[in-house]
Design a protein around this ligand. Structure first.
Ligand SMILES: [Zn+2]
Length: 347
């Protein structure tokens, strides 16, 4: 190759101009890639953000060019506003590997207060992404009933129990498909309607899949399931020990149901209906083949964790209003200043 200095002045100018253009293209490309790596703004979802140094703990801080707010990768996750991060992570591993242990024993082992142990448990459970995006193949919708519980409400507000009228049952739908995917959905308090299932599983079952449902005496439950199936244009078939035309194996859903019932009736002293969603996720994790560290990895990065945790009371209030026949009574008056900022998309 001819040396640069041997070139004529005109050719040198030409060559320099070519390099300058190539250089600016490469810079642009690098910048674009760098922007793509930066987390989008948790406040306004804008992706054009700047790096503005590091925070006290050495984590990169970003600043949004649209709303001017600054944040780190952990803003909005369950790590948000948390001081004992490594302890919290160990707590999370313990919950998912060993399953349920009493809050008292957890608080002793981790040297934290009882209230912190409770808060951490629910912070972690709100950050878990358990439910699959889409169920496929044969999708069993299994109904299970738990008692309505107002645990935590205190004795100061006794329930207005009408003599002779039984307490409303809480209907849960366990969904499980042929690909081992499964999740628990708290559907209604009181009678189960098709619209209750619709609100939890709308667009979550792939077109062309078939719903399978176990024969039960509760015809109203089957009516609700078939209403949902028809609405979503899915075929429905029923099975039991005597008649199982598709040779469907229900152990996936059955085991999850057992896990949940053990958690509610044996391992804990009852679960408040407000937190049943959380315990459903916990039971699912105990019955899954996915690695615990994958769940931990995802949960620590999930930027809706803080919002889900702080909005639990509001989410439950909305659920009671739309899917139940009981009266909503506020159990927690705790409010977080930052709760409204990080609105979770699905709540
Ligand atoms: Zn912003």
């Amino acid at each position: 190759m001819q040396s640069f200095t041997n070139l004529s002045a005109k050719k040198r100018r030409f060559e320099l101009e070519r390099l300058r253009i190539e250089h600016s293209h490469l810079l642009c490309e690098e910048k674009r890639k760098d922007f793509a790596k930066r987390p989008s703004c948790p406040y306004c979802k804008q992706t054009h953000v700047y790096k503005v140094g590091v925070n006290k703990t050495g984590r990169k801080r970003f600043k949004c060019s649209a709303c001017n707010k600054s944040y780190t990768i952990q803003t909005g996750t369950c790590f948000h506003w948390l001081h004992m991060r490594s302890k919290f992570e160990r707590y999370m591993y313990s919950m998912m590997q060993e399953g349920h242990r009493s809050l008292k024993s957890m608080s002793l082992e981790f040297n934290i207060s009882y209230v912190t142990a409770f808060d951490w448990r629910h912070k972690i459970l709100s950050s878990l992404r358990v439910s699959p995006d889409e169920f496929r193949g044969f999708v069993e919708l299994r109904n299970t009933i738990l008692p309505y519980s107002r645990k935590g409400i205190g004795k100061s507000k006794p329930s207005k129990k009408v003599p002779g009228k039984p307490l409303s049952p809480v209907h849960l739908i366990i969904a499980a498909d042929s690909e081992q995917q499964k999740s628990v959905h708290v559907a209604s308090i009181g009678q189960l309607r098709g619209s209750d299932i619709e609100s939890r599983l709308k667009n979550r079952i792939q077109t062309g899949s078939s719903i399978v449902s176990r024969f039960t005496k509760a015809e109203d439950v089957f009516d609700a399931i078939s209403w949902f199936g028809k609405k979503n244009k899915l075929s429905i078939s029923r099975f039991d020990e005597d008649s199982n035309p598709n040779d469907y194996d229900d152990k996936n859903a059955k085991h999850l149901e057992q896990e949940l019932r053990t958690l509610v009736f044996q391992k804990t002293r009852g679960v408040s209906t407000k937190y049943l969603d959380h315990y459903g996720r916990w039971a699912t994790i105990m019955r899954t083949q996915k690695l615990v560290r994958d769940y931990v990895f995802e949960a620590l990065r999930y930027r809706g964790g803080w919002a889900g945790y702080t909005a639990r009371e509001d989410i439950f209030a909305r659920f009671v209003k739309n899917h139940s026949e009981v009266e909503y009574i506020q159990t927690s008056h705790r409010r977080w200043k930052t709760a409204v900022i990080y609105k979770r998309e699905n709540t």
